[in-house]
Design a protein around this ligand. Sequence first.
Ligand code: DC
Length: 232
Amino acid sequence: MSGPPVVTVDGPAGSGKSTLGRRLALALGLPLIDTGLFYRGITWAAIRSGLDADHPEAVAELARRTVVEVNTEPADPGWEVRVDGVDPGLLVRDPRHARLLSAISQIPEVRQHLLPLQREPASRGAVAVGRDCGTVVFPEATVKLYLLAEESLRAERRRAQLAGRGARVDRGAARAEIADRDLGDAASMAAAPDAVVIDTGTASIDEMEAIALRRCAAAGLLPHPPRTGESR
Ligand code: DC
């Protein structure tokens, strides 16, 4: 193995990549980089500034002067992202902004600006979750996973995930979000040719984790003993 150990988990919205990514980060004792949070942070900043994706240069400029901090500690669910020092909480996942989120994440200057920031927390290794982690952000990753699932299943997961965080989202809204995001994110989503593809419609999260950890072990990445106070 050359370079720090990196495991990438890519896949469409609602495919279960955040859940799997967090489990793997805990099991392997690595930071968790949820790359989508960078795009979500910039989108939230754009909404606060009254900007939309019809003004890509202004959004790119905003991205360059906005400080987005992403929580990379997988055992700390206390916060996800801070934008210029402010925690937007659940607003950063508001499905009503799905279209804007996709549009902003397709602005090339925004992607370019975020790339080194997404790589930076992986200096000693990481589990990175997103759309293009195995192809663009960490093309040299040790293990690459790509998750698939049917749209209806992903919509139901998204609804349940938001409900679990105290947000009320009906089934129609969750489906619309997933459909919009699939369309909007298509350009940046790609399975690396060397990625292991897992169909999350037929595998439970425990099975997914077991498959992933077997791959990691085969690549020389061994589970790490839980730290005191660490929960899963
Ligand atoms: O994974 P997520 O749903 O939190 O991602 C939010 C948005 O960011 C999504 O619409 C696509 C974009 N994204 C991206 O283009 N590339 C990534 N590596 C991660 C996310």
